[in-house]
Design a binder for this molecule. Structure first.
Ligand code: ZN
Length: 1007
């Protein structure tokens, strides 16, 4: 009955609420504050996870209350009904994925009411991305995408009054500098969050440092943003949770024996007095909400109304407290008007230690296969977007498929999705929706290629299991197969392509009919031994391809005597492996060999095995079976590489928690290895333990060493979890310093055991407290040499000893860590512990050489060629429709985004991906691209694509140390003249300049 009454009321109030009134949104709609008083900005909000203990839809519909009582549709329903009742009430809506779903189910009348609330600033969008993204495991490209999507929905639906001004990252477990930079580049005025290392927070509470100016980039100017930490998480003050989920007392203000107005107001004011002591201005922000609150919003608002009434009544008696409904934007506006100066911050807020025994560094690695799958989603999303633009795809199905993939990738960025901190059934659901979305993306890409190539009926099949060398399209062999390669990068890229094949001879030709060098290599037996793998193909055909945007390669089977391009092993520690690897139809390896049974002797136990290309030389120690030396880029270094295991007692999905100091086992006694010495590729196959194996791989012409690891099923013990790391030891004198990337962009210097502004607690968790998120790269160096590791998904990493780097690859745990998931992270698949596979890449270079090569490798790893497979029907060998080349762009320019924006608009985003130490200012012209797209006009926007850059105006604050005391409010506007041009104008009007790390976003209107 409750909701029915609500609906009746809703309709009745509609008549009232649509009467003409003065509309004002944004800062104009902010509540009046009082000088000489403590102004308490009370912010009603609900934190609605886009999946965690329940799936996205279970949360939205309020399904499965046995797991958690939470129904987002009711939250928005009842909040809207309550906002209508009183124009002073406010509510902030954060997650646009939930809001857009709710919106799609509303009547026209209800939509009109909501528009009015938005236009009057009563319902304010804050954050506004598709989800509240994590900040450790995400790549900046995907964060920008999901903000673009969320803010576009708000802009399309409501216009400028719905544009968020504030980042609201209240729940993510640590905060990245790149996220702050993204907010600044979107024109946001500030950001707020609630989690910070407890020691850092305590210091800031004591030193009036809860709010600061974050210098969010080493390379970009004007990238400062106000950043505030909430006082007591994001919950209401203790005792003042008026939500139906809480048991706190309502405010009773009638002539009742239970009347509690005095004590409730006294207690509230003593709490805010305490809070106000720790903030610099005479404004404080009090969040009123928590996870999934406001499902019956009347209860919340009725009591908050009373609290406001009775707190403010005391002003007549001289009280200096002024309480009102507000929003984070209105709060920050008041702070900005206060003209104060602030402490500054230059690094980031990782790792997050909630106490000295709880460093939230496990989630950097948790659910490694899901973290990798998310990258596949981004990969096909970028490919499908670009192909949609080039092929002008515009059917409803194609647009829907692309939009769905964008949305699901937005969901995947959520701080309980890509983090791996959700329940298992929710993880399964993420996999399900991501798989569906990827299939849509694959179909869109196929449609694009059918229009763009000379294969209008080509299958253009994608193989999603190439990581285990499995592809339905080539399972019977690869005779007469066309591999179409799509290169999502701006520049022509040269990469090695691997296609699962039978042990046969093949010839590969390019579009001009030229034979391309190729060879067939065996798949590692540990892959063949995967019980769920179909073993039709046990080899891979390897060839080298240079691709601008699209290229076809033709594979034909040839008689074996024509050429000998099948690579056989050349050296092996154990003869048994050699036999297995050359069997015509190898048997299924059900049982992995145990090291304990390794009794056979080796060919040459004392010597070493050298494996080299013209660029890279690897030396393997025959005795240990381990890598010993790497030589490349003119330097040689002793690098011994192995694996280790942390046996942990009460680690969980969030927290990596060592049990005691001696819980780390390095496994490297007598590693078995086999070498395959091909002309194009050299491989060293190694078996480290029952469940750890790898292939070290070097390609001719590539300055990179690839380590393809396979970990799992991790052995289980009743008491201990196991967390597996890959370790690289060198003699580089790094002196406690290493560098990790921030969301795949700028590097941040890490000094072991140190933080920027406080002393971390290290006694209990010396390793976990030194773990940082590695989204793309970790490096160290001394005056002579540098090593960098690049990865293919987000992981945790550390440098615990000078010259040493480690990355955590996989985790299998036995306990929950007590932060809400309520399950041990123990992933199983196919009836056994989850097996994860992936790649880590090593670059060794002289330390005085530019790290630009690392950047370029990073882009190729993040967005390699996407492979499409078709049958060769013998058509002519040329691309039918031309696609533009971005090769003229300077080498350091990345095609960050090219996507359909509206029906007659395309979004183009370009980035100078070198930082100030690596690159310089570059200029180029985008008129050719504009013309290719039949552009009519072009305008520049903020990073998210939704606000004309010329209209960007965001709060500017000053550091305490700046020596500048503002006497009026100041703003940042665009540091350069925003590009705006029409077709009729000179090409020079289309010139684009990019400073190091600068990103510029354009909307091109097309004919
Ligand atoms: Zn959350």
């Amino acid at each position: 009955m409750k909701y029915l009454c609500g609906i009746v009321l809703f309709v009745a109030l509609l008549a009232l609420s649509v009467r003409p009134s003065e509309e004002a949104c944004g800062y104009e709609a902010c509540p009046k504050t009082k000088t000489n008083m403590i102004n308490i900005h009370m912010v009603p909000h609900s934190h609605d996870d886009v999946g965690w203990l329940k799936t996205v839809d279970q949360y939205f519909y309020g399904h499965r209350s046995n797991i958690q009582h939470a129904g987002v549709q009711y939250i928005i329903d009842t909040v809207i009904a309550e906002l209508i009742k009183d124009p002073s009430r406010r509510f902030i809506q954060v997650e646009t994925s939930f809001f857009s779903k709710w919106w799609s189910e509303q009547s026209e009348t209800a939509k009109q009411v909501v528009k009015k609330l938005v236009n009057e600033g009563r319902l304010e969008f804050t954050g506004g991305a598709w989800s509240m993204n994590d900040e450790a495991a995400v790549n900046y490209q995907s964060v920008i995408d999901q903000f673009t999507l969320g803010l576009k929905f708000l802009d399309d639906t409501f216009g400028s009054c719905a544009r968020p001004r504030i980042g609201w990252q209240i729940d993510p477990f640590g905060h990245s500098r790149e996220q702050a930079s993204i907010f600044a580049q979107m024109g946001f005025d500030g950001e707020f969050f609630a989690r910070m290392d407890h020691r850092d927070k305590n210091d800031r509470i004591d030193n009036l440092g809860m709010e600061m100016i974050w210098d969010a980039s080493d390379s970009l100017s004007n990238d400062e943003i106000f950043t505030g930490l909430l006082y007591r998480h994001y919950s209401a003050p203790p005792g003042y949770c008026f939500d139906v989920h809480c048991g706190d007392d309502p405010i009773i203000d009638t002539k009742s024996y239970d009347n509690n107005v005095k004590s409730r107001v006294d207690d509230f004011l003593s709490y805010v007095t305490e809070v106000a002591k720790h903030y610099r201005s005479n404004h404080i922000m009090i969040p009123m909400g928590d996870d999934f609150q406001y499902e019956d919003a009347q209860v919340n608002f009725k009591n908050m109304d009373k609290l406001i009434k009775y707190v403010n009544e005391r002003q007549a008696e001289g009280s200096t407290f002024n309480l009102f409904y507000s929003t984070p934007a209105c709060y920050l506006n008041s702070v900005h008007e206060g003209l104060q100066t602030w402490p500054n911050k230059t690094q980031d807020f990782f790792p997050y230690g909630s106490d000295d025994n709880s460093y939230w560094t496990g989630y950097f690695t948790s659910r490694p296969t899901q973290k990798r799958f998310e990258r596949d989603g981004n990969h096909i999303l970028q490919v499908a977007k670009q192909l949609s633009v080039f092929a002008e795809l515009n059917t409803e199905q194609q647009k829907e498929d692309l939009e769905y993939l964008r949305e699901i990738m937005g969901v995947m960025q959520h701080h309980d999705a890509i983090t791996g901190t959700e329940k298992q059934h929710v993880s399964d659901d993420y996999d399900r929706i991501l798989y569906d979305a990827i299939l849509g993306g694959v179909n869109t890409a196929r449609d694009g290629l059918r229009k763009l190539t000379n294969l209008p009926n080509g299958e253009f099949e994608s193989c999603l299991q190439l990581n285990i060398s499995q592809c339905a399209f080539t399972k019977d062999g690869a005779d007469n197969v066309v591999v179409t390669l799509y290169n999502p990068l701006a520049h022509t890229s040269t990469q090695y392509v691997r296609v699962p094949v039978k042990n046969e001879n093949y010839e590969v030709t390019d579009e001009k009919g030229r034979v391309v060098a190729s060879e067939v290599v065996p798949v590692a037996w540990q892959v063949l031994a995967l019980e769920f793998r179909n073993n039709d193909t046990q080899h891979e055909l390897v060839f080298k391809a240079s691709v601008d945007k699209i290229a076809n390669f033709y594979i034909k089977k040839i008689a074996s005597q024509e050429t000998k391009n099948v690579v056989a092993h050349t050296q092996s520690k154990r003869s048994i492996k050699a036999e297995e690897s050359t069997l015509e139809v190898p048997k299924r390896f059900k049982k992995v060999h145990s090291l304990k049974n390794a009794t056979e002797t080796f060919d040459d136990d004392e010597g070493e095995t050298v494996v080299q290309t013209s660029q890279v030389k690897l030396v393997i120690d025959n005795k240990t079976g381990l890598l010993k030396t790497v030589e490349m880029n003119g330097v040689s270094e002793n690098i011994d590489q192995s694996y280790g295991v942390y046996r942990t007692y009460d680690s969980g999905a969030y927290v990596f928690r060592q049990y005691h100091q001696a819980d780390f086992i390095v496994q490297y006694e007598g590693v078995e290895f086999t070498v395959y010495d091909g002309a194009l590729v050299k491989e060293v196959h190694q078996q480290f333990s029952e469940y750890v194996s790898q292939v070290i791989r070097i390609y001719e012409g590539k300055n990179l060493v690839e380590f393809e690891w396979q970990v799992g099923p991790i052995e289980q013990e009743e008491e201990f979890g196991r967390e597996v790391v890959i370790i690289f030891n060198s003699t580089i004198a790094s002196d406690g310093v290493s560098y990790t990337d921030s969301n795949g962009r700028e590097m941040i210097k890490r000094v072991k055991d140190l933080r920027e502004t406080f002393t971390p607690g290290l006694d209990r968790q010396p390793t976990a407290a030194n773990y940082y998120p590695v989204t793309s790269r970790i490096a160290l160096q001394d005056s002579k040499k540098r090593i960098a590791l690049l990865n293919d998904r987000a992981q945790g990493g550390a440098s615990m000893l000078d010259g040493q780097l480690e990355l955590m690859l996989h985790r299998r745990l036995v306990r929950d860590d007590g932060y809400g998931v309520g399950e041990a992270l123990n992933e199983e698949k196919y009836g056994q512990g989850m097996i994860a596979r992936g790649k880590v890449y090593l670059i060794l270079s002289p330390s005085d050489e530019s790290t630009a090569a690392e950047r370029e490798a990073e882009k190729e790893i993040h967005l390699p060629f996407w492979k499409f497979f078709s049958k060769n029907t013998g058509s002519t060998n040329s691309i039918a429709k031309s696609v533009p080349s971005f090769d003229d762009f300077p080498k350091s320019v990345h095609l960050l985004t090219l996507e359909p924006f509206n029906d007659d608009e395309v979004l183009l985003r370009v980035e100078n991906f070198l930082d100030q130490t690596e690159g310089k200012v570059v200029s180029f012209n985008i008129r050719p691209i504009f013309d290719y797209l039949n552009g009519v006009e072009i305008r520049e926007t903020t990073l998210d694509g939704n606000l004309p850059l010329s209209e960007m105006k965001r709060f500017k604050f000053h550091h305490d140390s700046s020596g500048h005391k503002p006497d009026a409010v100041e703003y940042f506007t665009s540091a350069h003249k925003p590009l705006a041009a029409e077709q009729s104008q000179e090409a020079s009007e289309f010139s684009v300049t990019l400073h190091p790390m600068q990103i510029r976003t354009f909307i091109i209107k097309t004919q």
